[in-house]
Design a binder for this molecule. Structure first.
Ligand SMILES: Cc1cc2nc3c(=O)[nH]c(=O)nc-3n(C[C@H](O)[C@H](O)[C@H](O)COP(=O)(O)OP(=O)(O)OC[C@H]3O[C@@H](n4cnc5c(N)ncnc54)[C@H](O)[C@@H]3O)c2cc1C
Length: 407
């Protein structure tokens, strides 16, 4: 039976099964302690990276400083086949972690994806060499700091955090909020406005530097396994060498980085929807009311069918190997699949009836986690506005459509 209508190769199935087994054995037993914040996700992330060999190029980075290849990326393997396998594995790992615990996936994704990933893509060889290996191995906890108390959806124009050039340094002042991993962060990739030119640039900031402080973890509705909080910068002296890429002058790399984050959020949303659907389907087949399984009732069947359609469409988006990485498609993916995440988890609660509403059952937690994915990385409204802007003003939508039509 073709479940969700996307076929995986034998090798891809092997990768999926390895990750799934690992998460069942190693992550699942930690869920209660992680959700009650008795333990933090970072020791697990470090162990996972080591056990699954997820930072194979960390030594290489340390040795070479990550000299970039023609396509701008840095890594020891550069043939297309390897690139495809690595991309599949990254996507599948996101799914397998999120099926068990989307919060752990957020913490891992921010530290390794957004923080280390951006340094690796845009940093100088010295910056890559100094910071990426420890982040990739999970030795250090990374944060990605864009949002401010007064600058959320309007993150760029309303940004108040400033960096003022002072000899060989920049003096950083301001605060960031809603920062994933913030309370325990050791390295912060901080976006700030140049006090003179107004250009928004990113600065790599170390926790130990004078003037850096963090707040207590927020009490949240969901994603409780992932700590979130404020980060403050009070006259922090940042060496000029720590300006990411020694000055990426335009906002293009932030937009690309947001596109990557949005695709990641779509993947997490898909995974939790898939898990909730599986739980609901199994429950519907075994729970009896009126002397028969509730799955015999057509009204229950309709819910299951609508969930299946949502997941099937999302799966084609999440597993799309031809993804252009364009901003418009990343926003479209995030908009659609994040709403599926919320919709499907709510439906799952409904199918489980009262049991779906009880904390002991997984679907209630997945539904709470799902809501964040409609907010973080740009709310639903911001995805809609960005897609509309691209369609109407920049003509990017038409180009993207042409590309998809040809392939
Ligand atoms: C758990 C969690 C983790 C996060 N992690 C990070 C992180 O690691 N790094 C980081 O930088 N940020 C992070 N964020 C921040 C997140 O990206 C922002 O919360 C999000 O972008 C929305 O900003 P805001 O909360 O200020 O809401 P606001 O921008 O104040 O929006 C409030 C409401 O107004 C609507 N709205 C705003 N502007 C418009 C408009 N122009 N048109 C129509 N409607 C509009 C929004 O859609 C929303 O419904 C995180 C947030 C949370 C909750």
């Amino acid at each position: 039976m073709a479940v969700y209508d996307v076929q995986l190769s034998e090798m891809e199935c092997g990768i999926r099964d390895q990750f799934r087994k690992y998460m069942e054995n190693e992550l699942k037993p930690l869920t209660e302690q992680l959700e009650s914040q008795e333990i933090l996700p970072f020791p697990f992330i470090k162990k996972m990276v080591a056990d699954l060999g997820l930072a194979p190029d960390a030594d290489w980075l340390e040795e070479t400083g990550g000299v970039k290849r023609g396509n701008g990326s840095a890594g020891p393997a550069d043939d297309e086949e390897t690139r495809q396998i690595v991309a599949f594995a990254g996507n599948q790992l996101t799914i397998e972690i999120s099926r068990i615990n989307p919060g752990v996936c957020s913490s891992w994704g921010v530290s390794v994806g957004l923080c280390a990933g951006n340094i690796r893509k845009h940093g100088t060889p010295e910056q890559i060499q100094k910071y990426v290996p420890s982040l990739s191995r999970g030795d250090k906890i990374g944060c990605w700091c864009l949002t401010e108390p007064g600058a959320g959806s309007d993150a760029f124009a309303s940004m108040r955090t400033t960096a003022k050039k002072d000899g060989d340094s920049y003096i950083l002042n301001g605060s960031k909020t809603f920062i994933t991993n913030g309370p325990y962060g050791e390295l912060f990739l901080v976006y700030a406005k140049d006090a003179d030119s107004g250009a928004i640039q990113a600065y790599i900031v170390e926790r130990e530097w004078e003037g850096v402080s963090t707040g207590e973890p927020f009490h949240k509705m969901g994603m409780k396994s992932s700590p979130t909080g404020e980060v403050f910068f009070d006259d922090v002296k940042v060496p000029a060498d720590n300006l990411l890429g020694l000055g990426v002058k335009d906002r293009d790399h932030v937009r690309k980085s947001l596109a990557g984050e949005r695709l990641g959020i779509a993947t997490i949303s898909y995974a939790l929807a898939e898990k909730a659907f599986e739980i609901a389907l199994e429950y519907a087949k075994t729970r009896e009311q009126g002397g028969q399984p509730i799955s015999n009732y057509q009204l229950v069947q309709e819910r299951l069918v609508r969930m299946y359609v949502d997941i099937s469409n999302s799966r084609r988006i999440v597993y799309n190997k031809q993804h252009t990485g364009s901003v418009i498609d990343a926003c479209a993916a995030k908009l659609y699949v994040a709403e599926v995440g919320s919709r499907v988890t709510q439906q799952a609660i409904h199918i489980l009836g009262g049991y779906g509403y009880i904390a002991e059952y997984e679907v209630e937690r997945l539904a709470r986690d799902a809501k964040l994915l409609e907010l973080g990385g740009g709310t639903t409204e911001i995805q809609i506005l960005t897609i509309a802007r691209h369609l109407l003003n920049e003509n990017v939508g038409v180009q993207t459509f042409e590309m998809h039509r040809v392939s």
